[in-house]
Design a protein around this ligand. Structure first.
Ligand code: FNR
Length: 400
């Protein structure tokens, strides 16, 4: 990282943001943001899988101008990149999710707000203004609570519901156990009020469990406050019928986040979702699964080969594919587009930007991503994201 004489912060890549964020965050917050599940094999694999993919540049193709504008669910994004949902952003910066929302609007990319936000979704919507925003949904055992969240998201101008399906139980994140991760007393899960939810503060859950009054949470030494919360509140009994239910109560497009196999991609299409979000939750859930970028080609192929099944659900003409996990370079985005992604999401880099400089930090991170993508496109001989083709990459098993 370039450090000026006065010790200023001059990041030249996304890893520099991460290094500085680590210095600025508490051990607990950094552990929560950075860690993966168990041995963190999948967390590392998310990065390493990109390194095994080779680019095949073409030349003499006039790249003096590069077009990154992308259409997403009938809206426009200034690049094929969106902000992934990450919980508890006030752990990174006092302005938390509102700073991220303003940054995403400034850069012209969609933001996805987590159910586990430390700012109420209405307040984030206000900061997002005319910006494109999606609401990420966890389904609670209390269905009424879930319905209320959807209705509030609709009323606050969110343009899609992103249903996360890879948390039927909380992954085992050992950093959170070691650090006794809890929300600090001044923060709450702000999409809920204490009256209806009863556990807006995770630290409350932990303390209650410690003094024996929190039997609901079943907290043992092997569970963090967060996993106790998730396992006691989230509905672990979801099935494909849940998508039908969701579509019956909202007219917003439904995106399913956490698809990792062609089989589930086909089922998602049968159930009429507008997009699948290929993701392993940033390596935070099931350790040992492949990187999303590794499974993307087989998902793309399965969808292309199998015709759309007729059903009584409203079918989108074409289901979009979004992907995330380990994206840290513009060239990673190019590789994902070449392998069939329509949109590419970033999670942790936004948190690092937020920790380093609030709204401006996130703007800088997203701008760095844009610059890197533009340069990668130029060097690969591609002047429009719409023209990125499968020929642009070579997988390890494919001949040179
Ligand atoms: C997440 N992720 C996540 N996903 C989700 O659907 N709802 C959520 O509340 C959260 N919360 C969350 C918190 C933190 C700290 C992280 C790092 C991640 C997963 C996230 O949306 C995304 O899938 C990954 O972060 C993508 O991987 P990268 O870009 O972080 O490598």
């Amino acid at each position: 990282m370039a450090v000026s004489a006065n010790g200023g912060f001059h990041p030249i890549n996304l890893d520099d943001y991460e290094a500085t964020a680590k210095e600025r965050l508490t051990t607990q917050a950094h552990g929560y943001f950075s860690s993966g599940a168990n041995d963190q094999w999948t967390l590392r694999e998310n990065r390493e899988a990109f390194n095994r993919i080779r680019l095949r540049p073409r030349v003499l193709n006039d790249v003096s101008k590069v077009n990154l504008n992308t259409s997403i669910l009938g809206h426009t994004s200034t690049m094929p990149v969106l902000v992934a949902p990450t919980g508890m952003q006030k752990l990174a910066h006092p302005e938390g999710e509102t700073a991220t929302a303003r940054a995403a609007r400034e850069v012209g990319v969609p933001m996805t707000l987590s159910t586990m936000s430390t700012t109420p979704l209405e307040e984030v919507a206000e900061s997002s203004g005319k910006g494109l925003r999606f609401f990420q949904l966890y389904v609670f055992q209390q269905r009424e609570l879930t319905v209320q969240l959807i209705k509030r998201a609709e009323a606050a101008g969110y343009s899609a519901i992103v249903l996360t399906v890879d948390v039927p139980a909380m992954g085992r994140r050992e950093a959170d156990l070691r650090n006794h991760f809890t929300l600090p007393p001044h923060l709450t899960l702000a999409n809920f009020d204490e009256e209806t939810h009863g556990a807006t503060r995770l630290c409350g859950a932990r303390e209650a469990a410690r003094d024996g009054s929190g039997g609901d949470f079943g907290l043992a030494d092997t569970k963090s406050a967060l996993s106790a919360y998730v396992n006691s509140m989230y509905d672990g009994s979801l099935t494909w019928k849940t998508i039908d239910w969701l579509k019956s109560i909202t007219a917003l497009p439904v995106i399913v986040k956490g698809i990792m196999t062609p089989e589930d991609a086909l089922l998602a299409r049968e159930h009429g979702v507008s997009a699948i979000w290929v993701s392993n939750h940033g390596g935070r859930q099931l350790d040992g699964v492949d990187a999303p970028i590794t499974v993307l080609p087989s998902i793309k192929q399965a969808l292309a080969e199998k015709p759309v099944m007729e059903s009584h659900f409203r079918m989108p003409t074409r289901m979009a594919i979004w992907v995330d996990g380990g994206v840290r370079r513009g060239s990673d985005i190019l590789k994902a587009l070449a392998l069939g992604a329509d949109m590419v999401a970033v999670g942790r880099p936004v948190l690092w930007g937020l920790a380093c400089g609030g709204q401006q930090g996130v703007v800088d991170v997203l701008s760095m991503i844009r610059e890197e993508l533009t340069l990668a496109m130029k060097l690969a001989g591609c002047n429009d994201v719409k023209k990125v083709s499968r020929q642009l990459v070579r997988l390890a098993h494919e001949p040179v």
